[in-house]
Design a protein around this ligand. Structure first.
Ligand SMILES: Cc1cc2nc3c(=O)[nH]c(=O)nc-3n(C[C@H](O)[C@H](O)[C@H](O)COP(=O)(O)OP(=O)(O)OC[C@H]3O[C@@H](n4cnc5c(N)ncnc54)[C@H](O)[C@@H]3O)c2cc1C
Length: 807
């Protein structure tokens, strides 16, 4: 009986916390319950300790719910302590933290994502004009480009490709139509880059750069009317080739530490003495710099003579400098691996520019870092993720086909379980990457600039690309290694580190930015607490009180949710859908509560020093990333109309992601900074042990089978890439794959009847014999012959004379 009452008390508290009932309402409920239990004792047995315990909970809640009381007792005292503990944040750090908006990341941090909100987000779609552009000029550009020729023969894009890009205004995808640009959605911008990258990376990167962070984007948001009217039409037509120079030899990831400088002074411009800046810079790795006509430059502005009447250090500033300005040095090239897009250093010495060359004019002096961070918050989710997904789709397409064409031990290698594993990883990852790409683009097109999600996309989709290429290389064996016009993998494989490194190198992005920025921006209360603690005004204490008590309620609620959802295996929460994905909606919600609860405890234990604990931060980033990936996968399945045949991709992706979330949280708790607490929290978040396992062998087999045959799921998975119908490296694979599938029955018949497998070496005599003995028809024989010749063409690799190689 006593246990029964004990359970009632616990369940009452858990119920209130789980449902996030407000403090006032909870207080009222506990008072009513205390009175009710006291009265009930006349009718049934109610232990006195139980009535007392209900009363104690009610009294504690009174202390928490009555604001003047709790301020006096708790929050005003904590306020001073919090102010002292607040970490110092530099201006550039603060501007990076403030950049962009929060979106689905906030739902994950809440611990209780609202699925209906996600499911109401529109499905991704292109306009007719955008689709026609992809089917027209983009398809044609893909057809025009020859990867080997570009990378190895010309080592640059041929002139006709540059002309085509200009003619079709591909450099102006983000520029509004009123300035002569294409004014494409983020969805279309990504689709163009993805398709181009599936043919040739150099073309894709060349097109992508003027459409991402750089002069065009900065002018659009911050330029003066005069600057926009002058430059945007020229940029849209490709008459100005832009580049943007931020990185210096000494300042890579820590770009804000650059030593490039602009001193405010008077100087000569167009024959007149005007106020301006004398610049000195040394930048490297700048894409398009060797051919740029318009240099976007970031430097630190200083005003030692006080000509502007303010501080000496004015801060990072962005300017646009025509590259024919005296003193500007460009032209030499770096050689990035795997691609030959224009990239090189730029230097300048005593280059005088007038104030109106600053982007946004003189009033924007010192605002450069904020402008860059704001632009990056959106841009990071477009171009590089598109490259990553393109790699995933191409490796899925080509590896599945190759694994069906290539035989060893007289069996297509894709039928071996050892090859099934990497094939399944490519298929599942690509499905997940593309889901996240599309969902984030929809957010962008709705006006969001989701800084944390952009960092997630950049990191996760470029890492996914790396994994896909590694697996594809293993599947292809020597065929992937021997370079030449017949190799469709090697350049993509070589170029993998480029996307990993640019726009925030991946280790830094995972270890420092994703959780670090997420915890502050997307957390429902932390930023409010920090703002209140920094606020010198008298009302700050009231704001702090509200934030800190809401935060405590948030932690208690997530603790209750983690425990209850853990004990019920997620069944205590409802799924917004029924069917095979319902289970996943519940599990993701469960893990959001566990993630949010664990994050809060880590932040509480480490305070401001958490930013130096990159291993914990990295693991929490992994959990956050995969909770977002899970959300995107579930949303995509609904958007696609719940195609049951795609379930193997979904199940692989969800099982893999949930397992990563679980292992990441376990890793955090095993390394929790306060001994013993980690074990306790693990008991709350995983009360019945670790529930998730990596994708099963059965799921892996189903995914591999989808890639090894022609079917609608495979078509959906790879949609948006260029499928060559030419007699070239990838075109030959598509042809051979189709023929291999078509000729299977006839080849099996020959093997069974004549006891010899067909190979591209023995087929002429064997097929003839099979026809003569009536095993197959003449029509079937033709298909087998074509299939074997096509397979030979795929399996062959290039060879060169020694002179050609050793020249
Ligand atoms: C092909 C190419 C094109 C580029 N295009 C441009 C361009 O157009 N314009 C431009 O301005 N720049 C450009 N860049 C520069 C690019 O953005 C930088 O390379 C990038 O910022 C990293 O700097 P870094 O290479 O000096 O590496 P470093 O900063 O030296 O980093 C080396 C490693 O240390 C890690 N690291 C650094 N700090 C931390 C930390 N706090 N915690 C954990 N890990 C950390 C990084 O993640 C990385 O793995 C380009 C670079 C390349 C290679």
């Amino acid at each position: 009986m006593e246990i029964f009452y004990f359970l009632i008390l616990i369940l009452t508290v858990v119920f209130l916390a789980y449902n996030r009932v407000s403090l006032l309402m909870s207080m009222a409920i506990m008072i009513v319950l205390t009175v009710a239990w006291t009265e009930l004792r006349h009718i049934v047995y109610v232990p006195s300790w139980f009535r007392f315990a209900n009363g104690i909970v009610a009294v504690i809640l009174i202390g928490f719910a009555i604001t003047p009381l709790r301020r006096l007792l708790i929050s005003d005292r904590l306020y001073g302590l919090f102010r002292k503990l607040l970490p110092t944040v530099s201006k550039t750090e603060q501007e990076a933290l403030d950049a962009g908006t929060v979106w689905w990341d906030a739902e994950i941090f809440s611990g209780r994502p609202r699925w209906r909100k996600l499911l109401k987000v529109p499905a991704p779609a292109l306009t007719e004009k955008e689709q026609a552009y992809l089917d027209g000029p983009v398809e044609e550009l893909c057809r025009m480009t020859d990867d080997w020729e570009i990378c190895e023969t010309h080592r640059r894009l041929p002139d006709q490709v540059w002309d085509f890009i200009r003619e079709h205004r591909m450099f102006g995808m983000i520029i509004p139509e009123e300035y002569g640009g294409l004014e494409f959605s983020a969805q279309a911008n990504s689709a163009v880059v993805m398709k181009l990258a599936s043919r040739n990376l150099t073309t894709a990167i060349t097109v992508m750069v003027p459409n991402s962070l750089g002069p065009g984007e900065l002018l659009l948001h911050y330029g003066t009317e005069e600057q926009k009217n002058h430059y945007l039409p020229l940029l849209a037509r490709g008459e100005e080739i832009p580049c943007f120079a931020l990185t210096s030899p000494s300042a890579g990831s820590d770009a804000a530490s650059m030593s490039d400088v602009g001193i405010v002074c008077k100087g000569e411009h167009k024959g007149k003495k005007v106020l301006g800046l004398k610049l000195k810079w040394n930048k490297r790795y700048i894409t398009l710099a060797p051919v740029a006509t318009l240099l976007g430059l970031a430097f630190k502005a200083r005003d030692p003579e006080g000509l502007l009447g303010g501080d000496e250090d004015l801060g990072i500033t962005c300017a646009l400098i025509p590259t024919d300005t005296p003193g500007v040095e460009i032209g030499t090239r770096h050689m990035p691996v795997g691609a030959v897009f224009m990239n090189g250093p730029t230097r300048g010495e005593d280059v005088f520019i007038p104030m109106d060359w600053i982007i946004g004019g003189q009033e924007r002096i010192g605002q450069g870092w904020r402008m860059l961070m704001q632009s990056l918050a959106a841009g990071r989710s477009i171009s590089l993720p598109a490259l990553g997904v393109s790699g995933g789709k191409m490796t899925a397409l080509m590896s599945g086909a190759y694994a069906r064409i290539r035989k060893q031990f007289n069996i297509p290698i894709g039928k071996f379980e050892g090859i099934e594993e990497p094939l399944a990883r490519i298929g599942g990852r690509t499905y997940r990457m593309d889901s996240a790409r599309m969902l984030t683009l929809v957010a962008l097109d709705q006006g969001e600039r989701p800084g944390v999600l952009s960092a997630i996309l950049k990191y996760q989709l470029t890492e996914g690309n790396r994994h896909c290429f590694n697996d594809a290389m293993d599947i292809h064996g020597g065929k992937g290694i021997i370079t030449g016009p017949r190799n469709y993998l090697a350049h993509g494989y070589q170029a993998v580190p480029i996307a990993i490194t640019v726009e925030g190198a991946n280790i830094l992005t995972r270890s420092l930015i994703i959780f670090g920025q997420g915890a502050i921006r997307a957390h429902p209360w932390l930023l409010k607490e920090m703002e209140a603690a920094r606020n010198p005004r008298p009302e700050a204490r009231k704001l702090f009180d509200r934030a800190i008590f809401s935060h405590v309620g948030h932690v208690i609620s997530n603790m209750a949710r983690s425990l209850l959802l853990g004990l019920t295996g997620g069944l205590a929460t409802r799924s917004p859908v029924s069917g095979p994905t319902a289970r996943y909606f519940r599990q993701v919600k469960r893990m959001c509560a566990a993630f949010s609860f664990t994050s809060d405890l880590v932040l509480l234990a480490l305070g401001g020093s958490f930013k130096f604990k990159e291993k914990l931060s990295g693991r929490l980033a992994d959990a956050l990333i995969h909770l977002y990936m899970c959300s995107a996968v579930l949303k995509r399945f609904e958007d696609d109309g719940r195609p049951q045949e795609d379930l193997p991709f979904l199940v692989w992706a969800m099982d893999d992601s949930l397992y990563i979330v679980q292992e990441s949280l376990k890793g955090v708790l095993e390394n929790f900074p306060i001994p013993g607490i980690g074990r306790l929290v693990r008991w709350i978040t995983f009360p019945l042990g670790a529930p998730y396992s990596p994708p099963s062998d059965r799921t892996g087999k189903q995914v591999a089978e989808l890639l090894l045959s022609e079917n609608v799921s495979r078509d959906r998975l790879v949609s948006g890439v260029y499928i060559s119908d030419q007699d070239d490296a990838s075109g030959r694979v598509h042809t051979a794959f189709h023929l291999a599938l078509t000729s299977t029955n006839a080849e099996n018949a020959i093997r069974n009847a004549l006891n010899e497998p067909v190979t591209y070496e023995n087929y002429p005599a064997l097929v003839q014999k099979a026809v003569e003995s009536g095993v197959i028809t003449e029509e079937q024989a033709t298909t087998v012959r074509l299939a074997q010749e096509a397979a030979r063409a795929v399996i062959e690799v290039d060879e060169f004379t020694r002179e050609e190689i050793e020249k």
